[in-house]
Design a binder for this molecule. Structure first.
Ligand code: PMT
Length: 402
């Protein structure tokens, strides 16, 4: 699959360096010619010899260690590569690259690179969530660098959270897709954020406000986007269904958490699909203890949540925004209003009182409306099939409609 492809792997210092050895092995097995450059800290974790054995190539560690007098190594390597991957990428190398610092072999060749550069971060969850790191990631995303998001799980530091280097098999699969010349999947190489399910707004530790969304429509959209080749981040409210294979899932509870999760990915996203049924109101104060019942009626004071989709519409730079409208009457007219007021590219309108669709059902009946004037009503069909048809149409017309 990767025959004749030249991949330069830049390895920086973290415990996940051992997974980079497996990555070289996977890429080499797939037929790629892999060369490795290591920082000094990376060499504290694994010896260059391991990478040399796996890649069958010299390993580069020092800007001034010129192995071939006919060329300058860091320029030659940068020119040689069809694709450069930084894995694991520490907060340090991300920060340096975001600020144009070139003080070792890895950062120097990264500034000299003209081929695509992918960055696979791995670090402690709190480091990954630090505003400076998020700012640097956002900046690099805007500069055209592609990030392979870390996954969630047990971290070597003892924490559980986001920060694990993506698995070598998955990175190899993404590289395969990138080079798949005969792959005609329309969302290949695109990052798609999908939100799904309800949000849950706490009243006290045992009560909440929510809605009947099962997540089926959103999960179907995520599965369809992955099948069309996209890198999918699925941001899900509390649901009782399993996530589709091959998508990154992030679990949230409230509208406020969903807003934060979506914004964290927004800068590097190509499409956002907002299928979630987000609460418009939440209790003004969530009581820390179970509220005791009293004689007579009680009034619960509510306040507005942030409209996530409207916020995305206001901050839109290049993203294609796809909203859903859950209506009970005059669905198309209300849907068109939301398309315009939230600055969307597309809106999927469903009348949730229709017996063929809506909340919880396996099927749905929708009208897709584009800001380019497209209007197409789909007959009742399985949400999974419908999701594929909606996204195929949007991907085919996406750039025209934007
Ligand atoms: O999950 P299922 O059981 O399969 O049901 C699917 C569904 C009916 C939930 C789905 O098809 C659907 O219609 N989702 C959108 C529900 C909704 O919140 O619609 P709305 O018309 O209230 O909101 C319009 C859009 O604004 C939506 O894309 C919504 O995600 C977004 N929104 C709304 C409020 C808010 N505070 N922030 C938002 O981003």
């Amino acid at each position: 699959m990767l025959a004749n492809k030249k991949i330069l792997l830049c390895v920086t210092g973290g415990i996940a360096v051992y997974k980079a050895v497996a990555l070289v092995s996977k890429l080499s097995q797939a037929g790629a010619d892999v060369k490795v450059v290591m920082t000094e800290s990376a060499r504290e974790f694994v010896q260059p010899l391991s990478f040399q054995v796996m890649s069958h190539n010299d390993v580069y560690t020092d800007t001034f260690d010129e192995k071939d007098s006919a060329v300058i190594a860091h320029i030659d390597l940068a020119d040689w590569a069809d694709l450069i991957i930084v894995a694991p990428a520490t907060a340090n190398v991300i920060g340096k690259l975001a600020n144009g610092i070139a003080d070792d072999m890895v950062t120097t060749l990264l500034l000299a690179a003209t081929s695509p550069v992918w960055i696979a971060p791995a670090m402690n969850v709190h480091m990954y969530e630090h505003p400076a790191v998020l700012r640097n990631i956002d900046r690099l995303s805007r500069d055209g660098y592609r990030f392979i998001e870390p996954s969630e799980g047990f971290l070597a530091c003892g924490y559980v959270g986001k920060g694990r280097l993506e698995e070598p098999e998955r990175i190899t699969e993404l590289v395969g897709r990138f080079f798949g010349q005969h792959d005609d999947r329309p969302l290949l190489g695109k990052k798609v954020i999908v939100t799904a399910g309800p949000t849950l707004e706490r009243i006290d530790p045992v009560r909440y406000i929510s809605n009947f969304s099962s997540g089926k429509m959103g999960y179907a959209m995520a599965e369809a986007a992955a099948a069309l080749g996209a890198d999918v981040v699925l941001i899900s409210g509390p649901v009782a269904i399993d996530p589709p294979a091959g998508v990154h899932i992030e679990h949230v509870e409230s509208a406020a958490q969903m807003l934060d999760a979506v914004l964290a990915h927004y800068g590097s996203a190509d499409y956002v699909v907002k299928s979630a049924a987000v609460a418009d109101y939440r209790p003004k104060a969530a009581h820390p203890h179970k509220m005791k019942k009293k004689e007579g009626d009680s009034v619960l004071e509510l306040e507005r949540t942030t409209d996530i989709l409207k916020t995305l519409g206001e901050q839109k730079t290049h993203q294609c925004l796809i909203g859903f409208a859950a209506e009970t009457n005059d669905a198309v007219a209300y849907g068109k209003g939301k398309l315009q007021s939230k600055n969307l590219d597309w809106i999927v309108v469903n009348d949730v009182t229709d017996p063929g669709g809506g909340f919880g059902s396996d099927s749905n009946v929708v009208t897709l409306i584009g800001k380019d004037g497209t209007e197409r009503t789909f007959p009742a069909m399985e949400k999974k099939r419908l999701a594929g048809e909606l996204l195929a149409l949007i991907a085919a017309k996406g750039s025209d409609a934007q």
